[in-house]
Structures are given as structure tokens and as C-alpha cells.
Design a protein around this ligand. Structure first.
Ligand code: NCD
Ligand code: ZN
Length: 351
């Protein structure tokens, strides 16, 4: 096959940041995707309807000059803290300020220090969300430093997620950026209630690759990539076409200096080449016929939305991923697979 034409995909997990960083990265996401769920983990997290509304306006304003991207639709999320109330959640969801709420266990990842210290604190919030049909998006890792970093997702499933779905059997849950075969199994068993996003990078690298030839800070993200057996399980899940798995890049830009540091930040920036990376995986797995389900159909179906009308095309055409993406303050970001050659290239819209 030399051309793929699919309904325009949506990215169900994106970090856009703010200010000049957002200006630099947003056009890449808006070029490939129609809708995107915008993560709320800014330095000052998005915890109220007002903050979500202001952030959404900044996003739309940043795209205003570029009519090509005028249809891009950011779907905003509420960052849950120990203090979040059911009233705030209800107000934000009913007023369409919040599309979903995001649960970060405190200190599990970038800008999560104000996250939730104990899910028991959120029982009233989960009840409201369950009643409203508001989706709960979960960073599924425990942040207990005594738990090995490679076991944190599995321990979270066993200790937090299993009791949670028993207590709230109607709460709609997305396990974000799953990385283990245990997560794949958990989602499949509980698919009536739980779905999962899968990133391109977790389909491509395993934990050994982080150390190819030395330490590679640009391959470091959370949840940390796991053993090969887990990567293979994720590839099977994504390319199966199963409706409980869909696209979420978790594109998470950090400036070079924050990655190449004595204590480097977690996050992989894949907005530049997301669809091309996924397409390559589906081709390698002989599953290009399932690509549209994963990228464009399963996500909207889970969220109760229509699939997009317009289409995107990708052609079999080698191209080199840029070495750097510049930010207007003089700093830059290194994208995933920078300087490497990819096989597929996204073309113009409506192909
Ligand atoms: C994300 C970030 O940088 O905001 N980092 C990451 O490694 N994925 C946060 C997150 O989704 O964990
Ligand atoms: Zn993320």
C-alpha cells in the first residue's frame, strides 16, 4: 500500500503547555488532528471552570492567525486535587467548560505536586461524575517511592483501579498511556467501563531503548516504557482494532535544557510526526486496515461523539524528522525520532 486515507483522527491526550511553548507546538497538533483532549497540568494547574475557559481561549487565539487550523477543537480537562468539590465538577461539566477530569496521583509525573494524595478524598467527586456521565482520565501509576518504577502501573491497577471500578461501576474511565500487558488485560476485561489510550512511543520503544548507546533523555517519559513483552502486547492491542483502545499521543514537550539535565524531565514530544509513527507501526503489524478504527473511530465512540467528516491522507514517502523545533524565546525542543527517516508522510487535508 502506498497511500492511506482515513477520517481525520483526534488526539485524546495532549500537553500543549502555555505561552511561547504553546505557540511553537500547537500548530503541529492542529495540523494532524481535529479534536484534542488538553491536559491540565500547567505550572498553575487548571482546577476551575474559569481557568479552563481562559486556557481554551488562549489556545484558540494562538491559532487565530492561521485559518488552516481554525476548525481545531480543544477539549478541556479539570485537574483534580484533594480539594476539588462535586459542585465545581458539576458546574464545569454542565457549563461545558470541562469535557473530562484528570486524576494525577500526587507527584506521579510533571506538574503533579498538587495532584491527589488519596483517591478516598475524591469519593464525592466520583459520585457526581458517575451521575453526570463525565469521563475520568487517569494517570495510572502509584507514586510511592518504595514501589519500583517499572511496577507502578501494575500496582495502581491492583490497589487503586480495581477497588475504584467496584465502588463506581458506572463511572466512565480512561486509563491514559498504558504501558503493560496487565493494563491491556485489565482494560479488555472491564471494557464496558474502561478504555485506554496508547501512545506512539510506547508502541516503538521498550525500556532498553532508553539506554541505547548511553542514556537518552529524549526517550524518557512516564509511565516509563517497559520490557519488550509489554511493548508487543501494546502493539497487539492497538492494532487489534478493539474499540476499547484508541489514539492518545501524550505529546509532552520540554525544552532541551530541561531534558538534558542532571535531573531531566519526563515527556516525549511527538506532535511533529504522530500519525506517521502510528502508521508505521500498523504497517509493520500488517494491520493498516485497523488504523482508522484506532485513530479516528474508537475514541469518538467511547466519548459519545461523531467521527470527523473530513479526511487525512498519508503517503509512502521517506522524510527526515526535524532535529529541532524552535521556540520564539530562543530555546528549542527535540522531537521523538529527531533526524531519523520515517516511511509515511502526512499530506494535505481532504485527500
Ligand atoms: C507529561 C508531561 O510532561 O506533562 N510527561 C510524560 O512523561 N508523559 C505528564 C504525563 O502525562 O505523565
Ligand atoms: Zn500526559
Amino acid at each position: 500500500m502506498t497511500k492511506i486515507i482515513i477520517k481525520r483522527p483526534d488526539d485524546w491526550h495532549v500537553h500543549l503547555r502555555d505561552g511561547v511553548m504553546m505557540e511553537a507546538v500547537l500548530p503541529y497538533t492542529a495540523r494532524q488532528f481535529h479534536r484534542a483532549i488538553i491536559m491540565p497540568n500547567l505550572v498553575n494547574p487548571i482546577t476551575t471552570p474559569r481557568l479552563a475557559d481562559e486556557y481554551k481561549k488562549r489556545i484558540l487565539q494562538s491559532l487565530e492567525a492561521n485559518t488552516e487550523y481554525s476548525k481545531f477543537m480543544p477539549l478541556m480537562t479539570c485537574y483534580l486535587t484533594d480539594e476539588t468539590s462535586g459542585d465545581i465538577i458539576a458546574e464545569g461539566f454542565k457549563g461545558e467548560y470541562f469535557f473530562a477530569a484528570k486524576l494525577y496521583p500526587a507527584n506521579a509525573t510533571t506538574n503533579s505536586s498538587m495532584g491527589v494524595t488519596d483517591v478516598k478524598n475524591l469519593v464525592p467527586v466520583f459520585s457526581v461524575m458517575e451521575q453526570l456521565g463525565m469521563p475520568l482520565l487517569i494517570h495510572g501509576e502509584v507514586s510511592d517511592s518504595s514501589i519500583d518504577i517499572f511496577d507502578r502501573e501494575y500496582v495502581f491497577i491492583k490497589e487503586i483501579l480495581m477497588p475504584l471500578i467496584n465502588e463506581f461501576p458506572k463511572l466512565k474511565i480512561v486509563m491514559e498511556h498504558i504501558t503493560t500487558k496487565e493494563a491491556v488485560e485489565f482494560v479488555r476485561i472491564n471494557r464496558k467501563q474502561v478504555s485506554a489510550t496508547i501512545t506512539a512511543h510506547h508502541l516503538i520503544i521498550n525500556r532498553t531503548n532508553i539506554f541505547d548507546g548511553g542514556i537518552n533523555p529524549h526517550k524518557y517519559c512516564l509511565p516509563i516504557p517497559k520490557r519488550e513483552v509489554h511493548r508487543l502486547s501494546l502493539r497487539e492491542a492497538a492494532t487489534s482494532g478493539d474499540s476499547c483502545f484508541f489514539l492518545g499521543t501524550d505529546t509532552a514537550p520540554h525544552r532541551i535544557g530541561d531534558k538534558e539535565s542532571s535531573c531531566g524531565c519526563a515527556g516525549i514530544f511527538s506532535a511533529v510526526n504522530a500519525l506517521e509513527l502510528y502508521a508505521q507501526v500498523f504497517e509493520e503489524e500488517n494491520a493498516l486496515n485497523k488504523f482508522e478504527k484506532f485513530a479516528s473511530l474508537n475514541g469518538p465512540a467511547f466519548y459519545g461523539l461523531k467521527a470527523n467528516e473530513d479526511k487525512v491522507n498519508l503517503s509512502k514517502k521517506k522524510w527526515r524528522v526535524p532535529d529541532l523545533i524552535h521556540i520564539s524565546d530562543g530555546s528549542s525542543i527535540i522531537p521523538f525520532k529527531a533526524g531519523e527517516t520515517l516511511d509515511w508522510k502526512m499530506g494535505s487535508s481532504n485527500g
